[in-house]
Structure formats: structure tokens, C-alpha cells
Design a protein around this ligand. Structure first.
Ligand code: FNR
Length: 184
């Protein structure tokens, strides 16, 4: 089974990023398992509490969960033209201890979304910059910028526009190709 971790940049319960993730998780083929990884419980990164002698239990658990994943899918809103602080914190926590990054070499893909027309371009590309440094092969095409995310879903939380469903299915197919290139 190929394991794909889904990380939402938004922590809120009714997050549209999470709803997109719940839909997209269903688009992976047989032999793939997509599951959410929680980042909301991670204390703000601080080297004083993360060193050779001890680390917060939340950091250790998060790193071990990441290490068990074959690939990571990020779905994020934009906060002030960048990624939310909680997501950047998770990136930082996973990147340490120095030389033992839990992100190392894992294929990744990014979906950004916004309730307006801008689609989280700034968040998407700031996140992309971090993943390049972390040596994660990132899906380049298609890029996924989802606009007007507030009107994306029907009453059951399913994406109702068939064009968007098809686009995201194609996005997942391309991501699966990338994962296969690195994992097999
Ligand atoms: C936002 N929002 C936002 N939207 C955007 O397109 N560009 C931006 O720079 C910002 N900045 C911003 C800052 C903060 C602190 C908040 C709380 C919100 C709006 C936000 O991206 C939008 O509501 C998302 O759809 C929320 O995502 P979730 O929580 O539904 O996943």
C-alpha cells in the first residue's frame, strides 16, 4: 500500500482546504491510502525544547508519522499572501533534527485555495520554495489553484462542479505518476 499523507494548512473544523482534501482522497487509485496528518497540536518550533536530550512528544510523533508516508499532499489557504503560520511551523518541526529531516525525498503536491478569485498563489509558491529546499520532488504540472472555494461543495460536502472534479482527478493522476517514479 502506498501511503499519502494529506496536510491541511488550515486548522479550522469547517475548513474548505480539509473539504477539498476529503474529496481528493477518494481520487487515488487502488493500492493507495490517503490520510490526514494533524498539525494543529504542534508547539511553536523552538530549539530550546528540541535538542539532543529531549523533544516534545508531539514533535516525535509527527516526525514518525511523516517518515511512514510515501508522499505528501498539501492543501492550503493563503494567509496574508503566504502560507498559514501553522503550516510553516509544521514544515519547520518536520525538518529537524538537523540532517534527519522527515520530509527528505518524499514526493509532494500542492493545492492552494481561496474563497475569492486569487486562489492562494502566494501561499502555493512560498510553500513550494520550502519544499525545494527540503529536497521534495514536487508535482509541477498541473498546478492547482482553486478559486471561489466557498461555493465548491454540495450539501454532502462533495465537489459539485464536474469540471473541477475532472481537473482534480487529473491532478491526482499526475501526482500518482510522480510518486511511482520515486517509490518504485
Ligand atoms: C485570509 N484569507 C486570505 N485569502 C486570500 O486569498 N489571500 C490572503 O492573503 C488572505 N489572508 C488571510 C489571512 C488570515 C489571517 C485569514 C484568517 C484569512 C482568506 C482565507 O484564505 C480563506 O478564507 C480560505 O478559504 C480559508 O481556508 P479554510 O480555513 O477554509 O481552509
Amino acid at each position: 500500500m502506498v501511503k499519502v499523507g494529506i496536510i491541511s494548512g488550515s486548522l479550522r473544523k469547517e475548513s474548505l482546504s480539509k473539504k477539498i482534501g476529503e474529496n481528493v482522497a477518494q481520487y487515488f487509485p487502488e493500492g493507495y491510502e490517503a490520510e490526514f496528518i494533524d498539525i494543529g497540536n504542534l508547539p511553536m518550533y523552538n530549539e530550546d525544547i528540541d535538542n539532543e536530550t529531549s523533544s516534545p512528544a508531539e514533535y516525535t510523533a509527527f516526525r514518525s508519522t511523516l517518515k511512514g508516508m510515501d508522499a505528501i499532499l498539501f492543501i492550503t489557504p493563503e494567509y496574508n499572501r503566504s502560507m498559514p503560520g501553522a503550516l510553516k511551523n509544521a514544515i519547520d518541526v518536520g525538518s529537524r533534527p538537523y540532517g534527519q529531516s522527515s520530509w527528505e525525498g518524499k514526493p509532494a503536491a500542492i493545492i492552494s485555495q481561496s474563497m475569492g478569485n486569487l486562489s492562494g498563489f502566494g501561499a502555493n509558491h512560498h510553500l513550494r520554495q520550502c519544499l525545494v529546499f527540503l529536497n521534495m520532488p514536487i508535482l509541477q504540472q498541473p498546478e492547482a489553484y482553486i478559486a471561489n472555494s466557498g461555493s465548491l461543495f454540495d450539501d454532502n460536502g462533495k465537489i459539485k462542479d464536474q469540471g473541477t472534479v475532472q481537473f482534480l482527478q487529473g491532478f491526482v493522476n499526475a501526482f500518482v505518476d510522480l510518486i511511482n517514479r520515486y517509490n518504485r
